[in-house]
Design a protein around this ligand. Structure first.
Ligand code: PHE
Length: 339
């Protein structure tokens, strides 16, 4: 009996038809009430009881197989020529949606572009750094709080290996390898052991800038930053520098731009001050130049560094830094730009 089923299956598998009528004939021959498959059910009575289960299953499988085969032959004719190839080639295609750039990439590219116009090149460095490039070469005293475990991610096995807390490490790397004139910017990801909230994250991005040459002055720094701010936030933007402290610059300053949202009149983004703080800057400390084998009697330089998330939030009015890292396309699709 099983052999008979198997043979019938092979026979059905090989069936072909070239007209609708032929399909109908095959249907009658195999699966109509008196067809060959149905006859198997009649023969089933004579199967010994202990084999009934196995044989019954095989007949059912065969029956479904035969039904599918006849139906698929039928389909070929019933739906005309197009169905024959299994595809309707006249159907419109499914549109493929293009992706959009991440807002952080857009703003980074925009900033890189502005400085490229001033002759700055781009350099990158490692995210996993050593103490020298992140702290020591940059004039951080050994007891400086930034070295503290609360700020920096260290590797347990080796205190000399850490995740960079700022892109100033690339400043040190570039100065070690190149003699002035140096004019470069360093975009990259940085890490700080901070609690994640709407305003801060343990991973974020910075762009650092460095200019070292003969006779570079604080006036050059100011003019460069004013040009940059007007390119990024609009022609009428004003800047203001406030004295500050960084171990690697002397003098140091923090820069505010006039609030691009209220135009300086005061709103809740600038906390009614009319100013937004966007970067730290200063003249490169002679100690740093010397650490990197640059003659501090001959050369001077300026440096500045800013957080890309903060600038992107200000530019687009984004209220929560966590949006950048959640990869929700409803958020990401809102940013479209030539950058
Ligand atoms: N590295 C500083 C920071 O992370 C920013 C900075 C860079 C300040 C260069 C001055 C000069 O906050």
């Amino acid at each position: 009996m099983l052999e008979k089923i198997e043979q019938l299956k092979r026979e059905i598998e090989a069936l072909t038809a070239s007209t609708k009528e032929e399909v109908e004939e095959l249907r009658i021959k195999y699966i109509s009430k008196k067809g060959l498959v149905s006859q198997l059910f009649a023969d089933f009575k004579n199967v010994p009881a202990d084999r009934k289960k196995a044989v019954g299953q095989s007949i059912n499988v065969l029956k479904n197989f035969a039904l599918d085969k006849i139906n698929s032959l039928k389909d070929t004719f019933e739906n005309g020529e197009q169905k024959k190839s299994g595809q309707d080639l006249t159907m419109p295609g499914e549109p493929m949606r293009l992706g959009t750039r991440h807002p952080l990439s857009i703003v980074r590219n925009e900033i890189v572009d502005i400085f490229a116009r001033l002759g700055f090149t781009v350099a990158e460095g490692p995210e996993i750094e050593d103490d020298w490039h992140v702290f020591s070469a940059l004039n951080f005293p050994p007891e400086h709080p930034a070295r503290d475990m609360q700020d920096t991610f260290f590797i347990q096995k080796d205190p000399d290996v850490l995740l960079r807390t700022h892109t100033s490490s690339v400043q040190a790397r570039v100065m070690e390898k190149t003699q002035p004139p140096i004019r470069a910017i360093f975009p990259g990801r940085v890490f700080r052991n901070e609690a994640i909230s709407a305003r801060s994250h343990c991973i974020f991005h910075q762009i650092e800038g460095l200019y070292v040459d003969e006779n570079v002055s604080f006036a050059d720094l100011k003019q460069t930053l004013l040009y940059f701010s007007r390119e990024l936030f609009g022609e009428t933007t004003e800047i203001r520098l406030r004295p500050s402290y960084f171990p690697f610059t002397e003098p140091s300053a923090e820069m505010d731009v006039s609030c691009s949202i209220c135009g300086g009149k005061g709103c809740n983004v600038c906390k009614y001050t009319g100013w937004l703080e966007i970067l730290g800057c200063g003249m490169v400390d002679p100690n740093v130049l010397e650490s990197c084998n640059i003659d501090s009697k001959k050369y001077t330089g300026f440096a500045f560094g800013m957080g890309i998330e903060r600038i992107t939030m200000l530019k687009y009015g984004i209220k929560d830094i966590r949006h950048f890292f959640e990869n929700d396309v409803r958020f990401l699709r809102q940013f479209d730009s030539a950058y």
